[in-house]
Design a protein around this ligand. Structure first.
Ligand code: GLV
Length: 377
């Protein structure tokens, strides 16, 4: 019997003991860049050129024609540990017919809950409160001094982007008796919105929530003008990639539509927000605050206007951490953990699971590159 081919894999980052062991137990020859920073691009190209069968990538690695060309005839799959893949050039992957995979679904709830918690931290001024205590500047309990926060319960939120994570955020906000304005430039899920409205009505009827609440799709202006909180959940799409780009969706113009008492939360992609415009808006009081988990440039540079001490009380910043919960990141079960899904996605392609039909593999993103072109007979 012919000996099974020992596949070679290069990972640009560690993905945890469990998933790495799973790949080794599968018989793969796995080499892992130990990081914690991303490997130089030249190293990735060199590894791909050396004939590896599979590449594990993170959002930090630019994967484009140069990489695919280096892997021509040998590279069989790129397995990305993230739901987003704006670092991977889809057209190039398709041209070279190399499938790439992502980790959608498993990080949906974790990302949405992080966005939800950012909203609370911002609104209730938890950072300023803790700072006061730590710096021994808490004089005594007082009805309103030295500051007050704002409630989340009963307020109105605009959900910008109603894909998986936006819908999960809606579910959490509904539980806090919030009214919900939905806007999505590309995809609307009216069935989900109707189901949420039914649960809102039932909660009110059965006395679980005092006030009646509502949810509806609206145009962008109405969403931004009407919201106490604006939470962003769109993918990053640049000019030329789509007729509805999301690059700098939040800019001077859209910030000026928001209420001066409103807060912005971004757990999607940094470049969706024009950071210079946002820093100006925070400084000049166009909006009350912002909480960001993602930035135009990551890590956030020391000279970012968002780090200006003058706005530190109203600008919360986090280290692209929304999916950063233990099970979500590392669980070996592909239905629970990003690492598990990354490993399984790669195994599916290398082992030719699903009869070797890439279009049937659940974690492959660019299925369109492998669909038979229908021919007229
Ligand atoms: C994180 O931002 C991801 O895309 O998984």
């Amino acid at each position: 019997m012919a000996e099974k081919k020992r596949f070679r894999v290069f990972a640009t980052s560690r993905i945890g003991d469990a998933a790495e062991n799973r790949l080794r137990e599968q018989g793969y020859d796995l080499e892992v860049f130990q990081g914690p920073e991303a490997p130089p691009r030249a190293l990735i190209i060199e590894k791909v050129k050396s004939g590896i069968d599979a590449l594990i990538t993170t959002l930090r690695d630019r994967i484009d024609a140069e990489v695919f060309e280096a892997g021509k005839g040998t590279l069989k799959v790129v397995s990305q540990i993230a739901v987003g893949f704006d670092n991977i050039n889809r057209a190039d992957a398709n041209k070279y017919k190399i499938p790439f995979t992502n980790t959608a679904d498993v990080l949906t709830e974790a990302t949405a809950e992080f966005g939800f918690f950012i909203m609370g931290v911002l609104a209730r001024k938890m950072y300023s409160s803790e700072k006061l205590v730590r710096e021994q500047k808490w004089p005594s309990w007082h009805p309103f001094l030295p500051f007050l926060g704002d409630e989340v319960t009963g307020k109105t939120i605009a959900i910008i982007g109603t894909g998986r994570i936006g819908l999960a955020m809606i579910k959490k906000c509904a539980g806090f008796d919030m009214n919900i304005l939905c806007y999505d430039p590309a995809y609307q899920n009216h069935e989900y919105v109707a189901a949420i409205q039914e649960t809102m009505d039932l909660r009110h009827e059965r006395g679980v929530q005092k006030e009646k609440t509502w949810i509806k799709y609206v145009e962008v202006e109405e969403a931004l003008r009407g919201a106490d909180y604006v939470s962003i959940h769109v993918p990053l799409l640049r000019e030329g990639e789509t007729d509805k780009p999301t690059y700098h969706f939040i800019n001077e113009k859209t910030l000026k539509l928001m209420k001066p008492t409103a807060y912005l939360i971004n757990t999607s992609r940094g470049p969706v927000v024009d950071e210079k415009a946002l820093a100006k808006a925070l400084k000049e009081g166009w909006i009350a605050g912002a909480g960001l988990d993602v930035f135009e440039k990551e890590p956030l540079p020391a000279d970012s206007p968002l780090l200006d001490p003058e706005i530190a009380d109203r600008c919360r910043v986090f280290h692209h951490f929304a999916s950063g919960a233990t099970i979500t990141r590392l669980d070996i079960d592909p239905n629970k953990g990003m690492a598990g899904r990354t490993a399984q996605a790669m195994i599916d392609v290398l082992e030719e699971n699903y009869g070797g039909d890439v279009t049937k593999m659940p974690y492959v993103v660019n299925k369109e590159a492998f669909k038979e072109v229908a021919t007229d007979r």
